[in-house]
Write a protein that binds this ligand. Structure first.
Ligand SMILES: Cc1cc2nc3c(=O)[nH]c(=O)nc-3n(C[C@H](O)[C@H](O)[C@H](O)COP(=O)(O)OP(=O)(O)OC[C@H]3O[C@@H](n4cnc5c(N)ncnc54)[C@H](O)[C@@H]3O)c2cc1C
Length: 465
């Protein structure tokens, strides 16, 4: 008999798993409430990176004058340009919808059934689906994958109104350009929106409860970003914890715990995410939840209930679309008896899409400083790179970590334009345990930014007879 796999949630954790299960011959149903592609495609990654594509263009144009390009109607800087936010948002939403449709078509082509509705477990081998028409369907399953994602965290004292106090899901409904934007939260999401809207020409104040922006990222990288953002005119309020956000007419007021207030026209709340794991029948089916309500999984995505797997943001393992997708695939490879390598977070490359971008992979400087692993580090500023000079790039660096004895590359950080692309050779080196010498001896194009990756590796060379 063919295995019937039911996937609850059609984001990257769910749809990538469904594709693997179908490829391996299982009968698969994906149950989803909001649309195939999930938050990743409809409200989070895809929309934010599409908005940031416009911001990147504006950043490039802001540097055009130095490269000898004069823009008519302006002084050669971006002030001669104007962003039509309504048009940008229209493009964002259309692109997200088209991406969702593409994925839905691919699922259909591979024979995956998609059922619109809210799924929950009734034991570990049945899923109850409430359809939008109010019907209830019961699906029998040999295995279930829970991939229900997460939602923006809000506070009772900071409630979004969808007009001026916004979660990141609501910003694409803005038609008017904010005259003063306040972003609360300086983690990855807050930093990306603050950097993006600043590049679009909007005055931004970033409210950060910590000493610096991006507290979870490489400290040197965060320092470069904070320096660039403040140079470009952003107000960064560090050690400033938000107490409440209120609105009176067109004015939004953020009150800090020390009594200070910040006023603006709009506020984006970037306070982290909470897992969508309530009312799913998880605990009743024997699925153990961790602190904060995340599903506890092992490295092959098994939960504590036999036959129930979980993937993506609902597990809180590492809230990235790439990780969600890999957890989902791993679950299906494991379930259906294919070859499987357990999830290894040390091989995950990730990127903060600010200007400049910050990309990282493998062991971090923080872990090295804490003595969790012994490693040598080299940091090479991009300002010395010939391609960077030609392009007017001054901010950024390449940092590599390697083991002292073997010279094996164990991690790296790249800060600069398109760091998300530049990190790839470092990610390959980490995944394949290449040495600094092997990375250094691979030809790079001259002139190229990736020349700095090879040069940093060359500087890690030690005489090894
Ligand atoms: C602003 C922002 C930008 C981001 N940018 C990036 C990026 O650039 N790169 C990156 O790798 N990651 C990025 N992320 C993270 C990424 O969006 C998530 O890690 C990813 O969406 C997780 O995928 P998922 O499948 O777990 O959940 P989701 O994408 O959230 O999908 C879950 C789906 O399940 C559905 N669902 C929920 N409950 C039920 C139910 N009971 N029944 C049926 N369906 C249900 C939801 O409607 C949704 O469609 C970003 C996050 C944010 C907030």
């Amino acid at each position: 008999m063919t295995d019937h796999v039911v996937v609850i949630g059609g984001g990257p954790g769910g749809y990538e798993a469904a594709l693997v299960a179908a490829q391996l011959g299982a009968d698969v149903t994906v149950v989803d409430t909001d649309g195939i592609g999930g938050s990743a495609v409809l409200t989070d990654c895809v929309p934010s990176k599409t908005l940031i594509a416009t911001a990147e263009l504006m950043t490039d144009v802001a540097g055009a004058n130095e490269l000898g390009v004069m823009i008519a109607g302006g002084d050669g800087q971006s002030d001669g340009l104007r962003v039509d936010l309504a048009r940008v948002n229209q493009r964002v939403k259309a692109l997200a919808r088209a991406q969702s449709d593409d994925i839905a078509r691919r699922l259909e082509k591979e024979g995956v059934q998609v059922l619109e509705g809210r799924g929950s477990l009734a034991g570990s081998d049945r899923v109850v689906v409430e359809t939008p028409g109010g019907r209830e369907e019961i699906l029998r399953a040999h295995a279930v994958l829970v991939a229900t994602g997460a939602s923006p965290r809000t506070l009772p004292t900071a409630q979004p109104d969808g007009e001026r106090i916004l979660t990141w899901e609501q910003v694409y409904d803005l038609d008017e350009v904010p005259s003063e934007l306040i972003v609360v939260g300086s983690g990855v999401t807050g930093a990306e929106f603050a950097s993006g809207y600043l590049a679009l020409g909007i005055p931004v104040t970033l409210v950060s409860s910590r000493d610096r922006v991006l507290p979870g990222e490489d400290a040197d990288a965060a320092a470069v970003l904070e320096d660039v953002l403040t140079r470009r005119g952003m107000t960064v309020l560090s050690r400033s914890r938000m107490e409440s956000v209120t609105r009176s007419g067109d004015v939004v007021t953020v009150t800090l715990t020390d009594g200070r207030t910040v006023e603006g026209s709009h506020c984006i709340l970037a306070l982290g995410s909470v897992p969508n794991t309530g009312d799913l029948g998880l605990e009743e089916a024997g699925v153990v939840l961790k602190d904060g309500g995340f599903v506890n999984v092992d490295r092959v995505s098994r939960t504590s209930a036999r036959g129930v797997y979980a993937a993506g943001d609902c597990t809180g393992v590492l809230m990235l679309a790439s990780v969600a997708a890999m957890q989902g695939r791993i679950a299906m490879w494991h379930l259906l008896g294919d070859a499987v390598t357990p999830l290894d977070l040390k091989k995950v490359s990730s990127n903060v899409f600010t200007a400049p971008e910050i990309a990282t992979v493998g062991w971090s400087q923080q872990a090295i400083d804490a003595g969790e692993i012994q490693a040598e580090a080299i940091t090479l500023p991009l300002s010395g790179n010939p391609r960077a000079k030609m392009q007017g790039v001054r901010d950024g660096f390449v940092k590599l970590f390697c083991r002292p004895g073997t010279g094996t590359i164990v991690g790296g950080v790249v800060v600069g334009p398109r760091a998300s692309e530049l990190i790839h050779p470092v990610a390959v080196a980490v995944a394949e345990s290449l040495t600094a010498d092997q990375l250094a001896q691979t030809f790079t194009v001259y002139p190229s930014m990736s020349g700095s990756v090879a040069e940093a590796a060359r500087r890690l060379h030690r005489f090894r007879a």
